[in-house]
Design a protein around this ligand. Structure first.
Ligand SMILES: Nc1ncnc2c1ncn2[C@@H]1O[C@H](COP(=O)(O)OP(=O)(O)OP(=O)(O)O)[C@@H](O)[C@H]1O
Ligand code: SF4
Ligand SMILES: [Mg+2]
Length: 319
């Protein structure tokens, strides 16, 4: 019994990153003095913990802020307000190591570099210069993703799409990052290759206790990979919970709309398939109260108040 207790204690994942009320706005269309005429409000108060070793799925329509969130994590976009705090003591954004695997390995791999250089790019960016050390790491990581070390001097175009995505995964792994963002990691690949890449990602995660943030429109990919799922709408998280809870028993009216609009599993979610009465509202002027109010069939008294993400759902009706 004791061992069961200590086991369950041991598997409680620890938090590696906390985002607190993170907001990002981008200036749009400057006037003749260079002053912004307005702002695109891309992230509007993100509160989120990332836990070591988990896969956190992020879903939501095009333009809801998924890539902006990824860029904030990578330190490429500074929050306009709010804070990132890393458990390793680094306070600011960009002070920890977050790598990304993009959708299209064709365009994300430099065609002029041999793949050992591509794989070790993050190490080079962090100051490593020893060719021998870099080749050594590249060959080990390549082997882990199923690329033969004798191919290290080849160029990206000499590989198939699936192999190129393996090289992109090797690049994301080589610097031993705190978090790997997977931004639609299989949607540009042939169906036959997608499962192999997902299995590889799952195996690597098990072997190295990797932490993934998975951005995907594909419900079956999210279900297959994720421990927890966050649903984003207009730069906010509207629902957050275990994958089973969010995908099988969605509570927020937006999550229901999003998943009900998917005719069957495996079909990608696209904004145009979400049969809502209106489009995703513009993010120049944010709505008052609940952001989903003008599309929500359950809208009632109290919805004109801002909603909090208490108990994992940003809706006072569905608490
Ligand atoms: N550099 C930028 N300058 C101005 N606006 C931006 C910039 N980057 C993003 N935005 C705006 O921020 C909002 C969120 O964009 P983001 O790319 O994060 O969405 P997304 O959820 O990743 O969409 P998709 O599913 O299409 O990739 C959009 O309104 C977008 O136009
Ligand atoms: S708070 Fe009101 S408008 Fe917003 S999702 Fe809930 S019921 Fe709909
Ligand atoms: Mg995006």
């Amino acid at each position: 019994m004791n061992s069961a207790v200590s086991e369950s204690v041991a598997v409680v994942p620890h938090e590696i990153l906390q985002l607190t009320d993170v907001r990002v706005r981008f200036p749009v269309s400057n006037d003749w003095l260079g002053r912004p005429r307005g702002y695109a409000h891309a992230l509007n108060g993100i509160d989120l913990q990332v836990r070591a070793g988990e896969t956190l799925g992020i879903v939501g329509e095009s333009g809801c802020g998924k890539s902006t969130l990824a860029q904030v994590l990578m330190g490429l976009v500074a929050p306009s307000s709010g804070a990132l705090s890393w458990a390793n003591g680094n306070k600011g954004q960009g002070s920890s190591n977050v790598q990304i695997v993009f959708q299209d390995p064709q365009s994300s791999l430099n065609p002029r570099l041999p793949i050992w250089r591509i794989i070790t790019e993050p190490l080079y960016a962090r100051g490593m210069r020893s060719r021998e050390q870099m080749r050594d790491i590249a060959s080990k990581v390549a082997a882990q993703v199923g690329i033969r070390p004798e191919y290290l001097d080849r160029f990206a175009h000499q590989f198939s799409g699936g192999q190129r995505q393996r090289i992109a995964i090797a690049r994301a792994l080589s610097s031993d990052p705190d978090i790997i963002v997977l931004d639609e990691p299989t949607s540009a690949l042939d169906i036959s290759v997608q499962a192999q890449i997902l299995n590889l990602l799952a195996e690597l995660q098990r072997a190295r206790n990797l932490t993934y943030i998975l951005i995907s429109h594909n419900v079956s990919v999210v279900r297959h990979m994720s421990d927890r799922v966050a649903v984003m709408y207009l730069g906010q998280i509207v629902e957050l919970g275990s994958a089973a809870q969010v995908l099988d028993q969605p509570r927020h009216p937006y999550t229901r709309l999003l998943f009900e609009a998917v005719p069957r599993l495996g079909v990608p979610l696209r904004a145009e398939q979400v049969a809502a009465p209106t489009e995703l509202p513009g993010n120049r002027n944010l709505p008052q109260g609940c952001f989903f109010r003008e599309r929500c069939s359950l809208s009632t008294d109290g919805c004109q108040q801002p909603q909090a993400l208490e108990t994992g759902v940003r809706c006072h009706v569905q608490q």
